[in-house]
Design a binder for this molecule. Sequence first.
Ligand SMILES: Cc1ncc(COP(=O)(O)O)c(C=O)c1O
Length: 477
Amino acid sequence: MSLHQHSSKPAGATNGGAVPAVIEQLDALAARYGNRFLLGAAPDDRLPEHGMPGVDAMRLIDEELVLDGIPMRNLATFVTTWMEPEAQRLIAENLHRNFIDHAEYPQTAEIEQRCIRMLADLFHAPGETTGARTQGSSEAIMLGALSLKWRWRGRREAAGKDTARPNLIFGGDVHVVWEKFCRYFDVEPRIIPLQPDKYTIGPEDVEPHVDENTIGVAAVLGTTFTGHADDIRGINDLLVSLKHDRGLDVPLHVDAASGGFVWPFLYPDSEWDFRLEQVRSINVSGHKFGLVYPGIGWLVFRSREDLPEDLVFYENYLGKRDATFTLNFSTGSAMVLAQYYNFVRFGREGYRYIMETMQANARTLAERIEGIGRFRLIGSGEEQLPLVAFQLAEAQDYDEFDVASQLAASRGWMVPAYTLPPDAEHVTIMRALVKLTLGHALAGTLADDLEHACATLDQKGGLHEIDRKRVKTGTGY
Ligand SMILES: Cc1ncc(COP(=O)(O)O)c(C=O)c1O
């Protein structure tokens, strides 16, 4: 079999008659030594007629992946990039288990419920509650916001009132999923703009937007942009007083995608969860500071009544009555098991140790960055995720995008530069997540590299316009 028959594209140059003969010879030998893809293009448009040995397929993919960034140098992402070998083994050994098959895998389903109970307890749920395992915070938010809409509609119908124009209030500091929810599920988004020097929201921002059609308010614990929290306590107090004064019972959902595993350990006395009366539901990403690989998220309700019964689907599945509350159906169970592994492996003490370690290294990095003398830190000293958000203190011949680009070019660090949402769109920020894989020594190296990047840019100036078009401007997630 010749290489050309089973490659979707012809191999590179075939110079005169000699080269095809050589290729054919190599092709024949490839059957013995493996690796025939080295002489051909990767199949990329139609299913190849013939397959290849497993080891060849593996190497083909492995070789392409070296072009991707190295996850441990990705300081843009909140998502876990390293787990312990024991957890990796557990994951590898359980990839074949479909999570949704509760009847076949009842113990996996029980482990999911244990995780939900532990999270409800961590978030101070007052009594028996319920929740769901999701693919990430986005699915959890969609389901949580649907519950807000359903409950609002139920209340309005019971009172014989109009249900045509639901609205949801949140700040410009939220993740895009909140706008996505509004568009997909026909809810008016009431977005509170950020201010030039205020990147979170509080009760004074929320109050003018609340009315009888408000299905809920969403507040963020640990924003994607700067890692700070909205004034959740203040917003709760506002909603409590609206309930008493105007009879408007507006629920609060906390988007704790990143903060849900940070605040309980770094700021245990800070009240943002079910200790607050109007907080009815919380989402958290297991794959962020829950320290599990992607995709696992959680939705936890304050009480069973907060999940409307008609959002739960009961069906007879493979002979057993089963209840589901999800947007998708089949999915892996490995990450649920990995989450439970972390819970039992670390316990509260272990999570606290890890969060405090990351925070200590974030502080070291922040001090070193400040010491360079060119950058201003954003909101350090406030309650914040373990990260450093910073910007150039004074105008230079280059900007934050140039610095990010130089840093990537010189050492492969992925430190994003991005502008904030309206009305703070003129503010540019750089942000480095400090996770377990950025220890004290590496944090110091990063600060040194940042200093060198500035020194290089002093000499060569900012990026050429052509290169500037290639600069990434997203926050990373
Ligand atoms: C505050 C916030 N909410 C929601 C999300 C979406 O989470 P996921 O990626 O787990 O779907 C993110 C992701 O970065 C986030 O930072």
